[in-house]
Design a protein around this ligand. Structure first.
Ligand SMILES: C[S@@+](CC[C@H](N)C(=O)[O-])C[C@H]1O[C@@H](n2cnc3c(N)ncnc32)[C@H](O)[C@@H]1O
Length: 179
């Protein structure tokens, strides 16, 4: 009996192991938000001292660092690119911001955002669609979400802001949502 079910058990175990080690999906390439727009995003998101913010796909950590340094928030980035994790973590350490800023090395889709007051997102439209159910499930009522350039289909923004010139001649659009 045991010998006949053994192959089924082994097959099921390998499926579980595969799922656990599945590589994260690349939800956007690395394309940093200009510093001028970072500040506009955090002001637009009404970030206050002591609030918890998360940047989903934090790149070189510039949003997390400004949130902690200039807005005195408790800031967390999530990033899966090892070089960007190292670079941003080193910058946080060199600025002495370790108590209020950190980078989680991992997949955006596998984190817990339930403590967030503000979420910032600069991903592709199709990725916003993938992230949306996770945020709908986890975020408390009243949490703000600032999306850079790409809307969340199915959500209505409370406000939209247009940045005509980021200092390098490019324009940007920001969308503010409230759960
Ligand atoms: C457009 S960049 C934005 C970087 C930063 N948020 C900013 O605005 O300057 C998107 C970032 O998301 C990261 N990323 C993409 N898919 C990811 C995933 N599944 N988990 C963690 N990071 C991811 C990329 O490596 C990249 O650094």
């Amino acid at each position: 009996m045991f010998r006949s079910v053994l192959p089924i058990i082994l097959a099921a175990m390998s499926v579980v192991a595969f799922q656990e080690t599945k590589a994260p999906e690349k939800l956007a390439p690395y394309y940093p938000t200009p510093e001028t727009v970072v500040e506009r995003m955090l002001l637009f998101g009404e970030l206050k001292a002591g609030e918890k913010m998360f940047d989903l796909g934090s790149g070189d950590g510039r949003i997390v660092i400004m949130a902690a340094r200039k807005f005195h928030a408790d800031a967390t980035g999530v990033e899966f690119d090892k070089d960007l994790v190292r670079q941003s973590t080193e910058k946080i350490r060199s600025l002495g911001l370790q108590k209020t800023a950190r980078i989680i090395p991992g997949d955006i889709m596998l984190q817990d955002y339930s403590s967030a007051d503000l979420i910032t997102v600069y991903l592709l439209p199709v990725s916003n669609e993938k992230v949306r159910p996770l945020l709908e499930k986890q975020l408390r009522k009243g949490v703000r979400i600032v999306a850079h350039d790409f809307e969340f289909a199915g959500w209505t923004p409370e406000k939209t802001e247009h940045v005509e010139d980021d200092g390098e001649g490019r324009s940007h659009t920001l969308f503010l949502y409230r759960r």
